[in-house]
Design a protein around this ligand. Structure first.
Ligand code: ACO
Length: 432
């Protein structure tokens, strides 16, 4: 697909080169800039990848101006309404919706690999009880590379499949172990007779001394949140998984790198930060003060859960979650949730404010997700862990796509060097 061509001219020397554009199935064309360095001896400069497509992918499409999100071509709204998390996981990883038999096989593979090696469980004893669960999650997931030696040939498709099943099946178990460690309660083993989200809730909230019934409303809400968080094309954590994976490293190590990238408040950590912010704002009267802080260039405060690198319109996931908040809170008998009321009011004020209008800042996926997590009793420090469980599917899909591409190259950006020119080592006595 190279029908469009662009010309690049060095205005000093007059040297020209032709850049070919490649068209995807949807979205803007990309310019192949390979000739720029060869013909002109310069690199391109794009800090933050504002204008750079780092790879070709068939997994997820976003139109940030129109607020569109497609997984393998299917609108996320349709998947949220009709599908479930494990079917979406199959779709993202395999490219097609499964037949009934394919889905049953996939679900069985996930549901029957939920236990983790007992030695991995003992790792938790090395963490302080108040360690952030994302620190435990990234550490223990990286440690999985020290187990499961039977399936780490990344060039073997069956090994890659086993890895995919293992990480998707076991990451809820690791997350629950991190939670139980932080509460001092005994770890609860996974239940293979529960579906994915019910099993997760059971491991979180059951205790050995009494019966626990998973609330189906909570399990359903979690499943929907997981669908919405499952993938988002080349975001920071997915790009991190791709970059780490491009070296041929063990895939568990690559996923651990993704977890670390997700943790930051500008990315997945925002869901935790939104709740902290709403609690800090406290009441509707304080909203103008905090909106003013968010607009003040001399203040680091930002409206957490607002703004997105790609969406310059409503984030379609936020729209779904906002509607879901009404339903879930009503079903749980918590319709008068004060934090939700505050969030709605804050959204209303920000969306009428010239600063947010001009910069096209809308609520993103994380503005409302924390309210649902709280309503189903997930503690604030575990919000980003929840995101990581869901996004593991996207990371696996992208890692698989990259590794199975015969043209894969190690990711290795270049730089604009702005440090000192060559200089000679100065003896201690000659240093000013
Ligand atoms: N509150 C106040 N101002 C903001 C916000 C915000 N939440 N977000 C962006 N802006 C302002 C910036 O200060 C900048 O203003 P300027 O043009 O006057 O300098 C302008 O809007 C553009 O913002 P950038 O930071 O340049 O946009 P970028 O694409 O680099 O960043 C990001 C996007 C990181 C999401 C940013 O909007 C942000 O920090 N938001 C809050 C954190 C958050 O919710 N992150 C979750 C993102 S979704 C996810 O990862 C799951």
């Amino acid at each position: 697909m190279t029908d469009k061509k662009y010309e690049l001219t060095n205005l000093s020397s007059g040297k020209k080169s032709i850049l070919e554009a490649r068209s995807g199935t949807l979205g803007p064309d990309v310019l192949n800039i390979a000739n720029v360095t060869r013909d002109h001896g310069v690199f391109t400069f794009d800090p933050g990848f504002m204008a750079t497509a780092a790879c070709e992918s068939k997994i997820t499409y976003i139109d940030g101006d129109e607020g569109v999100l497609l997984y393998r071509g299917y609108p996320v709204e349709q998947l949220a309404e009709k599908s479930n998390f494990l079917e979406v996981a199959y779709l993202l990883i395999n490219g097609q919706l499964p037949s009934a038999a394919q889905l049953a096989e996939f679900v069985h593979a996930i549901q029957y690999h939920t236990m983790i090696n007992e030695s991995l469980l003992r790792f938790f004893n090395g963490f302080q009880y108040n360690a952030h669960p994302m620190a435990m999650l990234s550490g223990v997931v990286a440690s999985m590379a020290a187990f499961y030696h039977d399936s780490t040939d990344i060039h073997n498709p069956r090994h890659r499949e086993i890895f995919a099943h293992r990480i998707i099946a076991k990451i809820p178990t690791i997350a629950a172990a991190a939670y139980k460690h932080s509460t001092g309660q005994p770890f609860m083993y996974p239940r293979n007779d529960h579906d994915y989200c019910a099993n997760l809730l059971n491991m979180f909230f059951s205790v050995p001394c009494e019966n626990y019934q998973v609330d189906p409303v909570a399990a359903q809400a979690l499943d929907l949140l997981f669908i919405l968080h499952a993938d988002h094309e080349q975001n920071a954590s997915t790009s991190t998984v791709r970059l780490a994976g491009s070296t041929g490293t063990n895939p568990y190590a690559a996923i651990s790198a993704g977890i670390s990238a997700l943790w930051g408040p500008a990315h997945g950590g925002a869901n935790e930060a939104v709740l902290a912010m709403l609690e800090q704002i406290g009441t509707a009267e304080n909203i103008p003060k905090f909106v003013a802080k968010a607009k003040d260039k001399n203040d680091n405060f930002k409206l957490m859960g607002f703004g997105h690198r790609v969406y310059k319109n409503r984030d379609p996931r936020a729209t779904i979650i906002r509607a879901m908040c009404h339903k879930v809170l009503a079903k749980l008998g918590k319709s008068d949730n004060p934090l939700f009321e505050l969030a709605l009011r804050l959204e209303e004020v920000a969306l009428k404010d010239e600063y947010f209008i001009e910069r096209k800042l809308y609520p993103n996926v994380d503005f409302y997700s924390g309210i649902i997590y709280s309503a189903i009793k997930i503690p604030q420090s575990m919000f980003t862990v929840m995101f990581a469980i869901a996004r593991t599917v996207g990371w696996v899909a992208h890692w698989q796509e990259m590794i199975s591409d015969p043209g894969m190259k190690i990711g290795r950006p270049r730089q604009l060097y702005a440090g000192p020119e060559r200089r000679d080592y100065a003896e201690m006595s000659n240093r000013g």
